[in-house]
Design a protein around this ligand. Structure first.
Ligand SMILES: Nc1nc2c(ncn2[C@@H]2O[C@H](COP(=O)(O)OP(=O)(O)O)[C@@H](O)[C@H]2O)c(=O)[nH]1
Ligand SMILES: [Mg+2]
Length: 338
């Protein structure tokens, strides 16, 4: 394969070439250090994202929507309908998948492309299956960077699909402006424990497949969720999460969703959405900055020597744990004041 040059890639990406976007996302999904370096170079070449002073850069006009729910809840079908509606409104839409379990189950949640048959042929839509890797931290970072790449390429609506079974919905909630939980009719009677935690992550609960015989049950389930949601403490951003019903198979089945999304963006306003992104950045900064420091320390040769020596000394019974820790601490302090 031709060696990628960051300048060409950045240029092609900014001019909206899909192949460049695919390639750039592959780059940020890679763990290889030369790919990481190239990705960093690429980001340096892209326009700066929105700042707290509120400059109107590309990302200020974008909306990132997270869709989570158990397998079979109807996520892919819902995204197909919603996505088609968004592209008709003139939006360029990117759909990204976060599925930390995909490498275990040998299938990606977007592997079933058939569910997004129309969207995958829509020139205004870009669909990216989940990276075949299970380490959540890596997937979350790659997804965050993929979102930025899509926005740089002119995509104004980004949908992140994730299976609501593990930690992935927490990671996704940290990356999106609006978090949607899809549930099935009849699922509202036991809102305890883990399920309760997931519900609390949601800005909107959608009781899906509210069509045919299931409609009355869906309405009941919606009430159950609304009661549970109103018991939660009030939020600082002024939004009260709510439950609605939806159907991807009947005409106008997503009307309530559209109205809720509008109500949400109106309630928060540009300023509220900016604040949310800033809070997410700060939380990510805390975590990443600690990890980064640790990684750098582990890579330091002098410290590594002291570490290994202390390890051998413990093994050989020459020093005890306290002494070993003291040696490492002293080496670290010397290194930092050098
Ligand atoms: N009746 C009905 N069936 C639906 C609806 N949405 C999806 N389905 C069906 O539910 C099944 C699972 O849908 P899918 O989108 O693959 O769910 P996912 O696993 O959450 O992505 C498929 O057989 C869909 O045809 C809906 O709104 N109403
Ligand atoms: Mg799916």
């Amino acid at each position: 394969m031709r060696k990628i040059d960051a300048h060409t890639l950045a240029e092609d990406l900014l001019s909206g070439k899909r192949a460049a976007l695919s390639r750039a996302i592959t780059l940020v999904e890679s763990q290889r250090s030369e790919d990481r370096e190239l990705a960093r170079e690429l980001f340096r070449l892209l326009p700066r994202p929105v700042t707290h002073t509120g400059s109107s850069s590309a990302s200020a006009k974008t909306l990132r929507i997270g869709i989570t729910g158990s397998p079979g809840a109807g996520k892919s079908t819902f995204i197909e309908q919603l996505g088609t509606k968004l592209t008709r409104e003139g939006h360029k839409l990117a759909v990204l998948a976060v599925d930390p379990s995909s490498s275990r189950t040998h299938g990606s949640i977007l592997g079933d492309k058939t569910r997004m048959e129309h969207l995958s042929r829509n020139p205004m839509a870009f669909i990216r299956p989940s990276p075949a890797r299970s380490e959540l931290g890596g997937v979350a970072r790659a997804t965050r960077e993929a979102i930025k790449l899509c926005e740089a390429a002119g995509y104004t609506r980004i949908i992140i699909e994730t299976v609501g079974v593990g930690q992935s919905e927490h990671a996704v909630q940290q990356l999106v402006d609006f978090m949607v939980l899809l549930v099935l009719p009849g699922s509202g009677d036991d809102l305890q424990g883990i399920k309760r935690g997931i519900v609390e992550l949601a800005d909107l609960v959608v009781v899906n497949k509210a069509d045919g015989d299931r409609e009355p049950l869906a309405r009941q389930t919606k009430s159950d969720y609304n009661i549970a949601l109103h018991l939660a403490p009030a939020r600082e951003d002024g939004w009260t999460p709510r439950a609605i019903t939806a159907s991807s198979v009947v005409e106008g089945g997503l009307t309530g969703f559209g109205e809720s999304l509008t109500a949400y963006t109106m309630a928060l306003g540009q300023e509220g959405l900016r604040m949310r992104r800033k809070r997410q950045d700060l939380e990510l900064f805390e975590r990443s900055s600690n990890n980064q420091s640790l990684r750098l320390l582990h890579e330091d040769e002098q410290l590594q020597k002291v570490h290994l020596a202390a390890q051998s000394a413990i093994e050989a019974g020459e020093i005890d744990l306290d002494k070993a820790l003291e040696q490492v601490r002293t080496a670290l302090q010397n290194r930092l004041s050098a």
